[in-house]
Design a protein around this ligand. Structure first.
Ligand SMILES: *Cc1c(COP(=O)(O)O)cnc(C)c1O
Length: 329
């Protein structure tokens, strides 16, 4: 089976992670973990050159995002996010009864910053966006943050490590910006469930207040210990993200030759459609060959498949299969 449907990393986590996991002192899990997640918070603060009071860690970034919706998106005006974006945003908005409004991406799948200058109760968008993979410039991000001083603007940087430019430097100028990242994609640890956000100290304290009000021990002890090790091994992190970027750029050329078109992805996936073969057929025929990609039967995106970047060998198997499927169409 070749699994290219949920944007996991095809490479193992940092070597120190395996060593630590193998040598884990099981007596230590008798005790509650550190509710402040201090060691991991400090490791992240060091790595990103911010204060530890500016970092909040959660059980995957889905937990961080959901907590941020609950904490910051509680006004009466609608929150804003793109019409084509991460599929959980409208789910949380509905669950928490938060009014929301979507702003259509333009015909080249980009965000129009002017859409985010209307009255609103908060803003969220991924950068690079999912499932398009398109990166917005730091200028665009700043324009949106600057135009909305009265609300929290969340930038979901789940895919920023695959060649994007993080909004972190903007934190010095804006106290309404919250940047969310995850260990699930670029740090090869989706199974560990570690996500975090970085922002102004006051925003981070509000998040902690909400989180601790119903569960103070969310990050388990092994995740805390192993997470620190993953952050420390910068060389390995650069190595695997570099390999994924190189594979992505190579596969873009192969896909173009096979008559696919796609936004120029800056993430660890490509959102592609074929000039002749419908996406649903590509998805089904790949599945018959035990190759799994992602397909949504939703407006605007129903003629594209999202393909996670795997190893070179996996991607060669994929493009061989696509060659058969598209040439026999
Ligand atoms: C994968 C993803 C997440 C959530 O990842 P976690 O595994 O919960 O950390 C959040 N936002 C976007 C845009 C994603 O693609």
């Amino acid at each position: 089976m070749i699994k290219l449907n949920t944007n996991e990393c095809p490479y193992p986590p940092a070597p120190g992670v395996a060593r630590l996991a193998a040598g884990m002192d099981c007596n230590a899990i008798r005790l509650y973990p550190d509710s402040n997640t201090a060691s991991l918070t400090c490791a992240l603060a060091d790595y990103y050159h911010v204060k530890k009071e500016q970092v909040f860690v959660g059980v995957g970034s889905d937990d961080v995002l959901s907590m941020a919706f609950l904490t910051f998106f509680n006004g009466s005006l609608p929150i804003l996010f793109p019409d084509v974006t991460y599929s959980f945003y409208d789910v949380w908005a509905k669950l928490y009864r938060i009014p929301y409004k979507t702003c259509p991406l333009d015909e080249s799948w980009h965000i129009n910053p002017n859409d985010y200058k209307q009255p609103n109760g908060g803003i969220i968008f991924p950068n690079p966006n999912a499932p398009t993979g398109l990166l917005e410039s730091l200028d665009t991000v700043e324009e949106i943050v600057k135009a909305n001083p009265g609300v929290v603007v969340i930038v979901d940087e789940a895919y920023i490590d695959f060649g994007g430019v993080s909004a972190l430097p903007l934190l010095e100028k804006y106290d309404n910006l919250l940047i969310v990242q995850t260990f699930s994609k670029s740090r090869a640890m989706a199974g560990m469930r570690i996500g975090f956000c970085i922002g102004n100290e006051r925003l981070i304290q509000y998040l902690k207040d909400v989180k601790f009000s119903f569960n103070s021990y969310t990050i388990n002890m092994p995740s805390q210990v192993i997470g620190v090790e993953a952050v420390r091994d910068e060389a390995y992190f650069k190595e695997i993200t570099g390999k994924i970027i190189a594979t992505r750029e190579r596969i873009k050329n192969v896909l173009r030759d096979l008559k696919f078109t796609f936004p120029d992805s800056c993430a660890n996936f490509i959102f592609a459609s074929h000039e002749a073969v419908p996406a649903k057929e590509i998805f089904t025929k790949l599945r018959e060959r035990d190759i799994y990609v992602r397909y949504w039967d939703k407006p605007r995106i129903s003629n594209s498949v999202r393909i996670t970047i795997g190893t070179d060998a996996q991607m060669d198997a994929l493009t061989d299969a696509l060659r058969e499927i598209c040439n026999n169409a």
